[in-house]
Ligand binder design. Structure first.
Ligand code: AMP
Length: 307
C-alpha cells in the first residue's frame, strides 16, 4: 500500500492573529507525509531541498515510514521559502514571499524502488512536474489524486488541463473551483470540472467542510468547529494526506470509501490547525485519532423521521 507523494518541502514564515513564526519547516509534501503516515506506510516522497533543510526533520519523517530516496538535496542552494499572513477570519491569507530557490530547477525523478506504487498524491506544484511524475511510472497507480491552486490556473492553465486528463481525483477549494470552471454555483462548477478529466472532485470549503462529487452523487463532510484555529497553513495538504492515507490503507477506491476518506482528511486538517506548522501532526496518537473521529460522527449523526 505504498503512496508516492510529490510536493514541496520548505521553510515557511507565518503570521496569524495569534502569533508569528519566522522560519519553520513546512511545504505541501511535508504536511501530506506527516498526515498520511498515521494511516498507511510507506510514503515514498518526491521533493527537493537545499543544504539548509534540517537533518532532524528528515530523521523524523523516516521514523514514520517516509522514504526519502526521491528527495533531492542540492548542496549549494536554499530550500523553497514561503511566507503568508492570515486575515482576522483565518479563512483568507496573503502570500507575502515566494522564494522558489531549489524549486526553480526541480526535475523530479521517480526512483526505481518507487515503481509499482498503487497510490499517487500529486501535491501542489507546477503542473509540468506533476505530469512528469505520472509519465515516469511504468504501471499506472490505482488512484491518482491531484492538488493544485489558483496560481497555476493563472500561469499554467494549459499544462494543468493536460494533467487533469490523467488523474482520478481533483482536490481544490471553492474559489479555485469557481476560477477553473467560470461558474459560481458549486454544483455547476462540479459538473464542468468533472468533464475536464477527473472522475471525482473534492471541493474544500475551509471551516465549512468539504464536498465530494462523482457523476450525479454528492457527499458532504463537515469540518470540526474548533475553539481556536491557531494556524491554517497546511490544512489542505493534511486533508490530502488523510484522504490518500485512508484510500491506501483500505485498498478500496469506491465512492463509498471516498466518503470515509474525506472524513479522515477533515480529521487530519482539524489537528493540523491546532499549532504552528506540522507540529500537531507529529504529536497525535492513535487514541487522539479515534477520539476525534468519534467527535466527527457525533457532529452530523442524527435520527430523523417525520411525525
Ligand atoms: P496550504 O495551506 O495547504 O495551502 O499549504 C501551505 C504549504 O504549501 C506551505 O507550507 C508552503 O510551503 C507550501 N506552498 C505555498 N506555495 C507553494 C507553491 N507555489 N508551490 C509549492 N508549495 C507551496
Amino acid at each position: 500500500m505504498a503512496i508516492i507523494s510529490l510536493g514541496s518541502m520548505a521553510f515557511d514564515a507565518i503570521e496569524t492573529p495569534f502569533g508569528k513564526v519566522d522560519k519553520i519547516v513546512g511545504g505541501s509534501g511535508t504536511y501530506v507525509a506527516y498526515a498520511a503516515s498515521h494511516l498507511a506506510q510507506p510514503i515514498q516522497q518526491i521533493s527537493i531541498v537545499g543544504n539548509d533543510f534540517p537533518e532532524e526533520e528528515m530523521r523524523e519523517l523516516k521514523k514514520r515510514g517516509v522514504q526519502l530516496n526521491g528527495v533531492e538535496i542540492v548542496p549549494d542552494q536554499k530550500s523553497f521559502f514561503w511566507s503568508g499572513k492570515y486575515h482576522l477570519d483565518m479563512n483568507s491569507r496573503d502570500t507575502l514571499i515566494t522564494d522558489l530557490n531549489v524549486l526553480a530547477n526541480f526535475n523530479p525523478k521517480v526512483p526505481e524502488e518507487y515503481q509499482g506504487a498503487e497510490y499517487l498524491m500529486l501535491g501542489n506544484l507546477m503542473p509540468t512536474l506533476q505530469l512528469s511524475v505520472i509519465e515516469q511510472l511504468r504501471t499506472r497507480p490505482k488512484l491518482i489524486v491531484l492538488d493544485t491552486m489558483n496560481y497555476w490556473m493563472e500561469t499554467a492553465l494549459e499544462d494543468l488541463k493536460k494533467v487533469l486528463l490523467k488523474v482520478d481525483v481533483l482536490m481544490i477549494n471553492d474559489s479555485e473551483a469557481r476560477q477553473l470552471s467560470n461558474e459560481y454555483s458549486i454544483v455547476k462548477c462540479a459538473k464542468k470540472i468533472l468533464q475536464m478529466g477527473p472522475e471525482y472532485l473534492i471541493i474544500k470549503k475551509g471551516e465549512h467542510g468539504a464536498l465530494l462529487f462523482h457523476k450525479e452523487h454528492v457527499f458532504f463532510a463537515p469540518a470540526l468547529p474548533l475553539d481556536e484555529v491557531f494556524d491554517p497553513t497546511g490544512a489542505g495538504d493534511a486533508f490530502a494526506g488523510g484522504f490518500i492515507g485512508h484510500m491506501a490503507h483500505t485498498q478500496n477506491t469506491s465512492f463509498e470509501n471516498m466518503k470515509t476518506g474525506i472524513i479522515l482528511g477533515s480529521v487530519m486538517a482539524s489537528f493540523c490547525v491546532e499549532k504552528f506548522g506540522p507540529q500537531r501532526l507529529k504529536e497525535i496518537t492513535r487514541k487522539d485519532l479515534d477520539l476525534r473521529l468519534s467527535e466527527f460522527v457525533q457532529l452530523s449523526n442524527f435520527d430523523i423521521s417525520l411525525v
